[in-house]
Design a protein around this ligand. Structure first.
Ligand SMILES: *[C@@H]1O[C@H](CO)[C@@H](O)[C@H](O)[C@H]1NC(C)=O
Ligand SMILES: *[C@@H]1O[C@H](CO)[C@@H](O)[C@H](O)[C@H]1NC(C)=O
Length: 289
């Protein structure tokens, strides 16, 4: 027996050393935006690994490119499954960073997964209160005109992802009645799972909202901070929104707890958010500890 004790002891020692050398940074999960995929996060993954060596970063490879226009609920089910698998291998918890449309997908995932261990959730330029605008590069070719989009979005195109968060401030009644995604997620319309979703969502430690005035896609850009248009297209900021004041999904709770962080950066276009080092250093890095 004695002959075995040395190798066993050294194996235990090596294991202890290995554990000691392992990074203490939690794994990071990245969720991409519309008409995009995990490859869009190459630069960001580099930033994270350089700042926090040893971090395990997973850009989820699901609903890429054209598949990212499928209905939000369908995508949420898919992303929830993969997120769950990663979390089960990471009992210490993970961080979730979600870009653009991905921010709404992640909110759905966090609302629906009862035992998730997401610590910090970062929504990077996401249309959290909805979208009412067409990017400049589409405007000239856009045959409908923005005012009639709601007819399509709340009707025939209701399974098109962008329509799931199309929020026409001039047709709020139709939005509440026919949009089966955002009004439920934001608790603007009551539903039977509201309390459960809120409880699940509030398992996160911090909510970090990142956006800025030079974003040329998210409209209004304040939607990245839960602000939105009223029916005169004036901006109503987050704290004056009913979904903040009535607290149906926990936004006000997080704020009161001191766990809501808002980061504003000017000079950044929509497609640049995940590749800009100043944004990473100012708004992201410290929340990925
Ligand atoms: C989209 O989904 C289909 C079916 O699930 C799959 O065959 C296809 O490869 C996907 N496309 C992309 C770009 O991932
Ligand atoms: C990052 O954004 C800032 C504005 O906040 C800008 O001045 C800078 O040039 C950008 N950097 C890159 C590499 O695009």
């Amino acid at each position: 027996m004695k002959t075995f004790s040395f190798p066993v002891t050294s194996a235990v020692l090596m294991l202890l050393l290995a554990v000691g050398c392992t990074s203490t940074y939690k794994p990071v999960i990245l969720v991409h935006g519309v008409l995009s995929g995990p490859s869009s996060f190459k630069t960001l993954t580099g930033f994270i690994k350089k700042a926090h060596p040893g971090t395990e970063v997973t850009a989820i490879d699901l609903f890429n490119n054209e598949n990212s226009t499928k209905s939000m609920w369908e995508q949420i089910d898919g992303f929830a499954k993969v997120t769950q698998e990663i979390m089960e291998k990471s009992p210490e918890g993970v961080h979730l960073l979600c870009y653009s449309q991905g921010g709404l997908i992640c909110r759905g995932v966090l609302s629906k997964l009862p035992n998730h261990n997401v610590q910090n959730f970062i929504a990077l330029s996401s249309p959290l209160a909805g979208q009412y605008g067409v990017p400049d590069y589409l405007r000239n070719t856009f045959f409908l005109g923005i005012k009639s989009v709601y007819v399509w979005c709340y009707g025939l195109l209701k399974y098109f992802s962008v329509c799931n968060y199309w929020n026409d401030p001039h047709h709020h009644k139709e939005y509440l009645e026919y949009n089966k995604f955002l009004p439920l997620l934001n608790g603007e319309k009551t539903h039977s799972e509201m309390a459960e979703w809120k409880k699940n969502f509030l398992r996160i430690k911090k909510l970090v909202l990142i956006g800025g005035p030079d974003d040329d896609v998210i409209t209004p850009w304040q939607s990245s901070h839960f602000g939105f248009y009223n029916n005169k297209e004036s901006i109503i900021e987050m704290k004056k929104q009913n979904f903040y004041k009535k607290n149906p999904f926990g936004l006000k709770t997080l704020d009161t707890r001191g766990d809501l962080i808002v980061c504003t950066q000017s000079g950044v276009k929509h497609v640049e958010w995940h590749s800009n080092l100043s944004v990473f250093e100012k708004c992201i890095q410290k929340w990925l500890d």
